[in-house]
Design a binder for this molecule. Sequence first.
Ligand SMILES: C[S@@+](CC[C@H](N)C(=O)[O-])C[C@H]1O[C@@H](n2cnc3c(N)ncnc32)[C@H](O)[C@@H]1O
Length: 233
Amino acid sequence: MPVLSRAALLPFTKALVDFHLPMSFDRLAPFYRAMEFFTAGGKLQRCRTALLGEIPVPIRILLAGEGHGRTLAAVMEKFPNAETVVVDSSAKMLEVARRNVPTGASVEFVIADLMTWNGQTGSFHLIVTNFFLDCFTEDQLAIVISNLERMATPEANWLLADFQVAEGRAAGLRSRLILALLYVFFKKVCGLQTGKLHPPDAALVQAGFSRQQRVLSDWGLLKSEWWARQQAK
Ligand SMILES: C[S@@+](CC[C@H](N)C(=O)[O-])C[C@H]1O[C@@H](n2cnc3c(N)ncnc32)[C@H](O)[C@@H]1O
């Protein structure tokens, strides 16, 4: 059997490392909920919903990059009279999310790229981006936040749950390690273009929002934040 030299294998190894699938969460959709349960238990759901009870009751809600619909379930329970629009680029994720919606509920599902989706300007009282803004490069983040804020009302609220690099030596190291593993995984499996986390704070401030409340959990790795376009009285 012929033995390939290391030099002969190098181009194949490089091609394998450089190979990127087009960005899509479709291939993960059937396993996403189970994956979350086995890796994080209820931590992410607690993070998603930590500040839901703090904000004013919204009339129209945009769930951006909502994926498999866990925030949707909590939002429908908390704000049963709101009109909710769920937008995600993954048809398979939305298929999973749709399963939890009772017939007659005021929920619209849209399969679209939120960097370009042309939703109605100034029409959402609440924007929710849970574990979504971490999917983007710095340039993409500026584009997606600017598109979302365009669709928000002048006094909109914005809830976000996400990962962050924790403060402190041990917690910081732990969070960097977890984030590095997560990005390697999501880059390879979902074709994410970014390999690192870009905090959205500067873009949100630029869009006229200021942070009202913040809850940290899991050694500072997880954050739940409430931002508002106008200072809460
Ligand atoms: C990491 S998952 C998070 C899902 C969910 N929000 C949660 O709390 O677990 C990111 C979601 O954002 C969606 N997504 C990524 N880039 C997108 C884009 N440009 N436009 C719309 N959805 C996007 C993916 O399809 C996926 O469902």
